[in-house]
Design a protein around this ligand. Structure first.
Ligand SMILES: Cc1cc2nc3c(=O)[nH]c(=O)nc-3n(C[C@H](O)[C@H](O)[C@H](O)COP(=O)(O)OP(=O)(O)OC[C@H]3O[C@@H](n4cnc5c(N)ncnc54)[C@H](O)[C@@H]3O)c2cc1C
Length: 377
């Protein structure tokens, strides 16, 4: 490899776009390949914790996100039936406590701002990678449209069914967790009842929950995402299916009037399988490296799945800079050393679904800055 290495990133999800923006800023020659024909706006919300926002500051879109997203005062946990508060963790002091704000936002607004941070000339839509092969001198990518490209380094940011993971570790389907999630974004209900529409609340029972938050600074749009038993026999070729109010009424029968009111106001409801993988034995080999859901898909119950993909991107760029791009294999090992423990811990806590149900100190998660945390060698 002579000169600046050519880096191909597969997958323009939240992790891939972050990696592309940061690597481009660092002066690398980057191509970002996405199978979708164009940008699409997913109807969902997302938590942007301060650990994720530290990375967005480097990407250069922190202020734009703050203008659009909501800053919740607390993460409330409430009993799903009685409404009793079981946990109340402060978020509004996140800038002081953790060095960056905590936002809740429409996922489409976030994804759009992040995609816009990637120069259009390097983001290639309609490019589904069918196979990747490390030839020793470079990596050969074969696309489903019959074209081929080569790169010096390949980053697999291609999600839970990653072709790069399969190339490194062989075919293996992700595990179904036995849980699934309803998602709906809709206009904030105009309530005459005196219901607790806190800014960010998780309504809990032992085997199911509903997380609710505003997705705009104006608080005129609200989102809920559930975690409920089901979906074990899911056809993995299908990403999500439509759902109904009736299904939610039955799933949350007897729950608090706020939950009932939200179900009645929801318009378009979708239903998603929740998939996981056990921690992988390796994250890279030769010229190929993984990040995000490609290597550690998890239940979304901490609201930290995308944050882990984005932190990975930050750490990968940091390690390449630290060691120099020509020592990419050592940089990939340093990256894995510094990411695998944290990703596995977040996977575990997400799986157990205990996060912030009672008051606890979240600083190990929220207070992490991928650019300043001491590097483990
Ligand atoms: C119901 C639900 C709720 C969630 N809520 C939250 C939340 O509140 N907060 C949070 O942080 N996380 C949340 N997550 C998790 C989060 O969505 C994921 O962890 C995150 O999207 C992972 O990002 P990624 O970039 O690694 O992968 P993805 O977002 O899956 O992106 C992968 C990209 O690669 C592309 N791709 C795949 N294969 C190929 C190929 N062969 N060739 C080219 N392109 C390809 C895909 O089209 C896609 O664009 C939630 C997940 C679910 C299911």
């Amino acid at each position: 490899m002579a000169g600046t290495p050519r880096i191909a990133i597969i997958g323009a999800g939240l992790g891939g776009c972050t990696a592309a923006a940061l690597l481009h800023q660092a002066g690398y020659e980057v191509r970002l390949y996405e199978q979708a024909p164009a940008f699409s706006r997913l109807g969902a919300g997302i938590h942007l914790g301060p650990n994720l926002m530290q990375v967005m500051r480097r990407v250069g879109i922190e202020e734009q996100l703050v203008k659009v997203g909501n800053e919740p005062d607390f993460w409330y946990s409430r009993d799903g039936r009685t409404g009793e508060i079981t946990g109340k963790v402060p978020l509004s002091d996140s800038r002081v406590r953790y060095g960056a704000p905590y936002l809740t936002i429409h996922r489409g607004d976030f994804a759009q701002l992040l995609a816009d941070a990637v120069p259009a000339s390097i983001l290639k839509y309609g490019k589904k990678v069918d196979s990747v092969e490390d030839t020793g001198d470079d990596v050969r990518l074969v696309f489903s449209d019959g074209t081929t490209e080569t790169a010096d380094i390949v980053v697999g940011a291609d999600g839970v069914n990653s072709v790069v993971r399969e190339r490194l570790l062989g075919p293996e389907l992700p595990q179904h967790t036995g849980y699934a999630a309803h998602r709906a974004v809709f206009r904030t209900p105009m309530q005459s009842l005196d219901l607790p529409f806190d800014m960010c609340t998780k309504w809990w029972a032992d085997d199911r929950h509903m997380m609710v938050y505003y997705v705009t600074r104006k608080k005129d749009e609200i989102y809920f995402v559930t975690g409920v038993p089901g979906g074990e026999d899911w056809n993995l070729d299908v990403r999500y299916t439509p759902s109904t109010k009736q299904e939610l009424r039955e799933t949350f029968a007897g729950w608090h009037p706020t939950v009932q009111a939200l179900i009645e106001e929801a318009q378009e409801i979708t239903f998603w399988p929740l998939l996981e993988r056990d921690p992988l034995p390796l994250w890279s080999r030769g010229r190929m490296v993984l990040l995000g859901d490609a290597c550690h898909p998890m239940k979304p119950h901490m609201g930290q799945g995308a944050a882990m993909a984005i932190e990975d991107a930050g750490m990968l760029v940091r390690c390449l800079r630290e060691l120099g791009p020509h020592r990419y294999e050592q940089a990939f090992k340093l990256y894995e050393t510094n990411r695998s423990g944290r990703a596995a811990k977040v996977q575990k806590v997400s799986h157990e679904n205990t996060w912030l149900r009672r008051d606890e100190d979240p600083s190990w998660c929220f207070g992490y800055d991928v650019f300043s945390v001491p590097l483990m060698q």
